[in-house]
Design a binder for this molecule. Structure first.
Ligand code: AMP
Length: 183
């Protein structure tokens, strides 16, 4: 059929791919924003996405799903429910009400910070980290640091979209990265 052999996490995903909208110059000039709202709006697309995320990483290999604010919450919570796991949020600064650990990281211009509740994980717990998109990997790397700092063990990252040309996975060392769609 002329299909190339591809790794498991890069299987053909026409339904999902068609439902991702490119928005040029958002939130600033030069950025091609991958808008996942059409995907969320479509029942088949949403179900397919969550099923594929669940199949990408065996649920027996992790104890909790961690989602990164804010689109990581949408996919992460749905995945946690499907995989019968609990969910923990990593949030932007000042949003979590209890005691937090925080991690700052470099953006293209400036810095950003992420936070986690200090009791979100227990020592040795195995964590699957979920976000909508992996770009430079700075956000995911900060999430890994927060989790390892609390003694948890990130076992893999699962994202819907990976912008491979930004080489985000190189920044994540040996962490397994699973993406459904790669550009
Ligand atoms: P990075 O830290 O560079 O890997 O960026 C990943 C984070 O920024 C994710 O939480 C994404 O939601 C968001 N992001 C970065 N680039 C884009 C893009 N082109 N379209 C949509 N979201 C993006």
């Amino acid at each position: 059929m002329g299909c190339k052999t591809t790794p498991r996490e890069n299987q053909h995903t026409p339904v999902i791919e068609k439902l991702i909208r490119d928005v040029p110059d958002f939130p600033k000039p030069g950025i091609l924003f991958k808008d996942i709202t059409p995907l969320l709006q479509n029942s088949q697309g949403l179900a397919e996405t969550i099923s594929r995320l669940e199949r990408a990483v065996p649920p027996s290999s992790y104890d909790l799903v961690c989602g990164i604010e804010s689109r990581g919450f949408i996919f992460g919570t749905a995945l946690a429910l499907k995989a019968s796991k609990g969910f923990i949020p990593i949030r932007k600064p000042g949003k979590l009400p209890y005691k937090t650990a925080s991690e700052s990281y470099e953006l293209e211009y400036g810095k950003d910070t992420l936070e986690i509740h200090i009791d979100a994980v227990s020592r040795g717990q195995r964590i699957l980290i979920v976000d909508d998109l992996l770009a430079t990997g700075g956000t995911m790397a900060a999430a890994v640091k927060l989790l390892t700092g609390l003694g948890a063990v990130p076992v893999a990252a699962a994202v819907v979209i990976e912008l491979t040309f930004l080489k985000g996975r190189e920044r994540l060392g040996s962490l397994a990265v699973h993406s459904l769609i790669r550009y």
